[in-house]
Design a binder for this molecule. Structure first.
Ligand code: MN
Length: 343
């Protein structure tokens, strides 16, 4: 697409980490921030629902708006397609039966939106890992019956990580459905949260990537990619730090091999084979160019992280990204089309 100002990219732009909510879940999340307990995710969500200022009001409004302001911003800035996902922490903070019911409701609701705007939206399935068997059922229903294109998991669930065998039905269903699992951040689990709560480190400043990077490392070092070799994991924020650590991880993993599970590949080789990364919240050309070398251009997808990141600023970053034209097309849309099977 192009406009009179010539500012629009000439290639399709797909943004792959774009958050939404539905009123029922937004109300439940608000009630959760006001209820008992001290979950680290309440540091951010308690602020969103507890403070009234332009940021919190905009976030609350834009999350539940799918077909109004969101489409206007996409049109104005040149985002052709959003890959929608229920905002973090998804339904993972709710009691398991309620969470499973919410997941089904969210998937039904977003599938209706996708059906009304098939050229503007696709969506990742929401699941409740609290009940892994029903979560696996919901993956199959969401992909086969609703036509969704992947699965969203917001890092740990009650301190549990997807490499643990109890969660393998989720990995098995995702692999069988050719549905990538987007491992999205949430605040550190209760086991590791305490030191992160100083200086508001528990959310996007540092805690999100520390938690999610740890989760990804557990998956890479556990052997699940030998058991599920066709499973694809998607990591936002240019891989939650892992590309930068790849050389040292492989070096140290080999040095301590005797007391770790035996793997067919090195962690870095799984990173290149089984992981895709996205630019969400990392509008930094030098880091993108490094990731091209570390994990390969064909593993990098563009994302805005709407509504948390500004769409205009992020599109300016994409316009100015100084990579080869063919690489720009791959990052803007080609890799996402292949990853999420978008025609
Ligand atoms: Mn996000």
């Amino acid at each position: 697409m192009s406009d009179a100002a010539g500012m629009r990219p000439e290639h399709r732009v797909i943004a792959v980490e774009e958050a939404f909510s539905i009123p029922e879940v937004q109300e439940a999340l608000k009630a959760w921030t006001e209820g008992p307990g001290d979950d680290p995710d309440r540091d951010f969500w308690g602020m969103v629902f507890g403070l009234r200022n332009p940021f919190t009001e905009r976030i609350q409004r834009q999350l539940v708006d799918l077909e109004g302001e969101r489409l206007e911003i996409m049109d104005a800035e040149g985002v052709d397609l959003q890959v929608l996902s229920l905002t973090s922490p998804g339904v993972q903070v709710f009691e398991r039966d309620a969470a499973t019911g919410f997941a089904q409701l969210v998937n039904d609701r977003v599938a209706e939106v996708v059906a009304r705007h098939p050229d503007r939206f696709v969506a990742l399935a929401t699941i409740a890992p609290q009940d892994p068997v029903r979560a696996a059922d919901e993956i199959r229903r969401a992909i086969e019956e609703l036509g969704l294109c992947g699965v969203m998991v917001n890092s740990h669930t009650d301190g549990g990580y997807l490499d643990e065998p109890a969660y393998w039905p989720i990995l098995e269903a995702a692999e069988a459905m050719r549905a990538p699992i987007y491992l999205h951040p949430r605040a550190p689990s209760s086991q590791m949260a305490a030191p992160f709560r100083a200086y508001s480190l528990s959310s996007a400043l540092w805690g999100y990537q520390a938690e999610t990077g740890l989760h990804a490392m557990r998956l890479l070092c556990s052997g699940v990619f030998d058991r599920f070799p066709d499973l694809t994991l998607v990591l936002g924020h240019l891989g939650e730090g892992l590309p930068f650590w790849k050389w040292r991880v492989d070096f140290m993993h080999a040095a301590g091999r005797s007391h770790r599970p035996r793997l067919e590949l090195t962690p870095g080789e799984y990173l290149r084979r089984n992981v895709a990364i996205t630019t969400s919240g990392m509008n930094w050309p030098a880091a993108v160019r490094f990731c091209q070398e570390a994990v390969g251009t064909d593993r990098i997808c563009f994302a805005v992280d709407y509504p948390y990141q500004d769409t205009a600023d992020t599109m300016a970053f994409l316009r100015d990204l100084d990579v080869r034209p063919e690489d720009k097309v791959s990052i803007s849309s080609g890799n996402a089309e292949r990853l999420f099977h978008l025609t």
